[in-house]
Design a protein around this ligand. Structure first.
Ligand SMILES: CC(C)(COP(=O)(O)OP(=O)(O)OC[C@H]1O[C@@H](n2cnc3c(N)ncnc32)[C@H](O)[C@@H]1OP(=O)(O)O)[C@@H](O)C(=O)NCCC(=O)NCCS
Length: 196
């Protein structure tokens, strides 16, 4: 169901939309896949926990003011089943946190870059943020490549800030400021449009 309040970001190949109650199969497939959660801040989820996550994400989308944009990524050319998700969380004053995940069978097509660019357009456009950061595991070469391609700058290393997959893990802190964000970084997402 589409409501006037639904968030939709459209890029060249992707549609980023709010999660819905009936996305449980799609979300569960993503967050139960060890290949995807190995580099995340949380372990793989069973179906009960995935359903809990979905309830939280759907509820947060209705909060006003909205501080969490956890959006399902779907292919414009495909069905409406999520192939991943991207997240912009508003943390501090005019600052946001960025995250993304793409199903393994869709890796290396530029989808994470395209989706993250759309969220940065949202962050520095309509939301008026000043800074967006991402915390990335030091071994997560693909995510580092996404961040750097988008122009995020490595600012440092947070020591053992995440307990995941049974161990403490460091994170590299990447960030981009509003004044630094420019569309050429997001070459694959030039047609981003926002409707709500
Ligand atoms: C990180 C992730 C979202 C990237 O998704 P994706 O759609 O494949 O990303 P893109 O295709 O936009 O870009 C991938 C980049 O990583 C590079 N890459 C992929 N595997 C790599 C590797 N093993 N070593 C170095 N670079 C690698 C690609 O070449 C590409 O860079 P380029 O555009 O400069 O050529 C995906 O791997 C994923 O979902 N991982 C699990 C969840 C996760 O770690 N999320 C990020 C948490 S911080």
């Amino acid at each position: 169901m589409t409501t006037d309040d639904e968030m939709v970001l459209t890029t060249r190949r992707l549609r980023l939309r709010d999660f819905r109650d009936d996305d449980i199969d799609g979300l569960y497939a993503l967050v139960s896949d060890d290949r995807l959660t190995r580099t995340l801040a949380f372990d793989s989820l069973d179906r009960v926990r995935a359903a809990g996550m979905l309830r939280t994400v759907v509820a947060q989308a209705a909060d006003r003011p909205r501080v969490e944009y956890y959006l399902a990524i779907t292919l414009r050319d495909g069905d409406d089943v999520p192939i991943g998700f991207a997240r912009l969380g508003l943390a501090d004053v005019r600052a946001g946190k960025l995250g993304y995940l793409i199903a393994a069978e869709h890796w290396n097509h530029g989808y994470a870059t395209e989706a993250a660019a759309a969220l940065l357009d949202l962050a520095f456009g309509p939301l008026g943020l000043h800074r967006v950061s991402a915390a990335i595991g030091p071994d997560n070469a693909a995510s580092i490549a996404v961040a750097e391609r988008l122009g995020l700058v490595r600012e440092g290393r947070m020591r053992e800030n995440v307990f995941t997959n049974g161990a403490w893990r460091d994170s590299l802190l990447y960030a981009v400021l509003a004044a630094e964000w420019s569309r050429p970084h997001a070459a694959s997402a030039k047609t981003t449009t926002l409707s709500r």
